[in-house]
Design a protein around this ligand. Structure first.
Ligand code: SAM
Length: 295
């Protein structure tokens, strides 16, 4: 059987097969590009995933085959294409109050500590949501600040600043907009918090300015320097280190350590660990989870 395209010529399946064909050398070059650009390590068996995710981009940029795509990326001629490839290869899965315990711990333990005794003499409490995806993490933190304020009326001597960063310009823009559809708000938000902290219009919910005003959204690649961000009391770096190899993990954890104030707190994802940076942090149990205190 011959499969014709819309012009009635060529074998469509044969053409697709040629375009999606990936030789090992090109695949290795693509992996190296991705690792250098954003730290993500792709396994040997990810060719199908890559071709699947690149197909739409190759169509959009009229790129004939995978080899041509790799050459474009290697020569760095096309900035938008590079951003789009990184966007397509990153996993942006996130939801509100992920794992719950970091947020409970923040509200019930860290805020009371940081707001009391001599601590209250210092400037604002600074929190960094590194790899914030579409914003659910920094907005969940901001809700904790509001709830703490409400519970401790008149006793909030320190302002809280949140810096939220991600490599992907697309998700960062969504985070900045702070507008979510029904599916997103159903993942981890109670009706009470939805009513209190969001304005509803048609089928979307927008975070109220009271949550957004304390958050500074910025594009930051964890592979680069964080020195310009200043020092933090608390860092959330959750569910991103799993994509990096052991060397990169260690380097990133070293830089995060340097960005923390003495005794500063790091929250990792619930399935992540210190990976070779155990000398920099003390592990602290906060049932049911774990947090890390800078040594
Ligand atoms: C799975 S999401 C985690 C979001 C959130 N921290 C959470 O736990 O729900 C991972 C995020 O890391 C970002 N990311 C991946 N590589 C990065 C890098 N090199 N620098 C900064 N962000 C990166 C992705 O764009 C994505 O939004």
């Amino acid at each position: 059987m011959i499969n014709k395209d819309s012009n009635g010529n060529n074998d469509v399946f044969a053409k697709l097969a040629t375009r999606d064909n990936v030789d090992q050398n090109e695949f290795d070059q693509f992996r190296q590009f991705l690792q250098d650009a954003c730290g993500i390590s792709l396994g040997d068996n990810k060719q199908y995933l890559v071709t699947n995710r690149m197909r739409r981009l190759m169509d959009e940029h009229k790129i004939a085959n995978f080899g041509e795509l790799v050459q474009n990326l290697r020569h760095g001629l096309h900035r938008k294409l590079k951003e789009q490839v990184i966007d397509a290869m990153t996993t942006n899965e996130t939801f509100w109050f992920r794992d719950i315990y970091p947020y409970d711990h923040l509200k019930n333990n860290l805020f009371p500590q940081l707001m009391s005794g001599t601590n209250k003499m210092f400037g604002p409490i600074r929190i960094w949501s590194a790899a914030c995806s579409s914003g659910q993490e920094p907005y969940s933190i901001s809700m904790m600040v509001e709830e703490f304020k409400l519970k401790n009326m008149g006793t909030l001597p320190r302002q809280v600043q949140i810096v939220a960063t991600d490599l992907s310009v697309t998700v960062l823009e969504q985070a900045r907009q702070g507008e979510y559809d029904k599916l997103s708000v159903m993942r981890g938000l109670s009706n009470e918090r939805l009513d209190k902290f969001f304005d509803k219009s048609d089928n979307s919910w927008r975070v109220k300015p009271v949550l957004r005003d304390r958050i500074d959204f910025r594009p930051i690649n964890l592979m680069d320097s964080y020195a310009a961000l200043g020092k933090f009391d608390i860092v959330f770096c959750r569910n991103v280190l799993i994509y990096f190899n052991a060397d990169l993990k260690r380097q990133i954890l070293q830089k995060i350590h340097a960005a923390l104030k003495p005794q500063g707190i790091l929250y990792l994802g619930s399935s992540e660990g210190l990976a070779g940076a155990g000398d920099l942090f003390e592990m602290v149990r906060c049932e049911p989870g774990i947090l890390y205190r800078a040594i």
